[in-house]
Design a protein around this ligand. Structure first.
Ligand code: F6R
Ligand code: MG
Ligand code: MG
Length: 369
């Protein structure tokens, strides 16, 4: 029998500001999930202002009943958030919610249908204040970089490598790359994580799913591309897949990601335990949590809070130092995102106001003084 693991998340209201999830929302989600006959098991967690529903069932991916259940639960949480007047109540579900300028895009989803192995280890990565492209670098390291994942070299069950499915979020296309042979071609694309995002990774020997992210094509709104932020990713571990440690090792180097305050800055991805998943400094820096589970007949045995390990203290310190360094640049690129990528902008208004004050430069460059 096949088990589906679905992680469905949304920001339906922040507490306080956009830094956290109110306990009443978690309570509401748990109550509703307890009452559902569709599920084998569930776990509710949060990172920053995002509530994450981790669900197991036998209904497969893209199942309408599961999606409806999640949406109904997140709507019920929205009602609680409205009553408490939380920040941006219902922002991912309601197009009229008051928060930022990207609203109502719906919940984010990552799911995989699997035949449970004799021992099925999974890690669920969840991030706040960044987008799905944030997984590109760690997924590359985990599944294609032998300096991160020694198993690619010395484990006979992994030596064949992995296939990467990459989405072009703008053109709404997908392409497969075989690692290691095609990594140079692949890196041309995934090195630009604002547009090309790893959606699935597959084991090349078995063809089985190894990882899935919540990447989704961007929407074109008022001449700009916008998308769902605050991504999740499910990674299978052990026996033929990277070990738990090889998955988490990819976060020992806090790489720079797009997001942070007003989704308009670059900053380091800080690995934290759930208790520290409250981005506050300049609404950040962006952070990631990792929950580990053993699946047993679809039961979620766990979680273990994976970054609750002092061995990540150094990575955290490096991330904090980078945050200090980046912050000194204030509103200047590359700390502030490129004009086309910012979630908030006043450029059209300011341009409109000042357009008559712009004077043409002479055509002749020699006299252009
Ligand atoms: C970014 C985020 C916050 C808000 C910022 C402004 O993802 O959640 O940085 O963008 O606090 O929020 P509003 O627009 O509600 O004032
Ligand atoms: Mg938010
Ligand atoms: Mg968020």
């Amino acid at each position: 029998k096949k088990i589906t693991l679905s992680v469905i998340k949304a920001d339906v209201g922040g507490f306080v500001g956009h830094s956290g999830v109110h306990p009443e929302l978690v309570k509401k989600a748990c109550e509703e999930l307890d009452a559902s006959p569709l599920l084998i098991d569930h776990h509710v967690t949060y990172v920053g202002d995002d509530i994450n529903l981790i669900l197991t069932h036998e209904l497969g991916c893209n199942n309408e009943d599961i999606r409806r259940l999640a949406r109904n639960i997140l709507s019920a949480c929205t009602e609680v958030a409205k009553k408490l007047k939380l920040c941006g109540a219902g922002q991912d579900l309601l197009s009229d919610a008051f928060a930022g300028n990207i609203k109502g895009l719906g919940p984010g989803v990552a799911e995989m249908e699997i035949e449970e192995r004799k021992s099925e280890t999974v890690i669920i990565l969840m991030a706040d204040k960044t987008g799905a492209g944030a997984w590109n670098l760690p997924l590359y390291k985990i599944f294609a970089d032998p300096f991160n994942t020694t198993g690619l070299i010395i484990d006979p069950n992994m030596h064949c490598g992995f296939n990467f499915e990459v989405y072009d979020l703008v053109e709404k296309k997908k392409i497969n790359f075989a690692a290691p042979e095609e990594i140079y071609d692949m890196l041309v694309f995934i090195g630009a994580p604002g547009r090309f995002v790893i959606k699935h990774v597959y084991h090349r020997g078995t063809g089985e799913i190894a990882a899935v992210s919540s990447a989704q094509p961007l929407y074109r709104v008022a001449g700009r591309y916008v998308g769902k932020d605050d991504p999740v990713c499910i990674v299978r571990c052990q026996t033929g897949y990277p070990s738990l440690g090889e998955v988490l090792e990819a976060f020992s180097h806090p790489h720079l990601v797009a997001g942070w305050l007003r989704g308009s800055h670059i900053g380091p991805l800080l690995p934290v335990e759930v208790k520290d998943a409250h981005p506050v400094r300049f609404d950040g820096p962006p952070r990631v949590i990792a929950l580990g589970f053993q699946l047993a007949g679809g039961k979620l045995v766990g979680p273990q809070d994976m970054f609750a390990d002092p061995a990540f203290d150094n990575a955290r310190q490096v991330a904090l130092d980078i945050a200090d360094y980046m912050r000194r640049m204030g509103p200047f690129e590359p700390h502030r995102l490129h004009l086309d990528e910012m979630e908030y902008t006043t450029m059209p208004q300011v341009m409109r106001k000042l357009k008559d004050r712009f004077i043409d430069l002479p055509e002749d460059r020699e006299t252009g003084t």
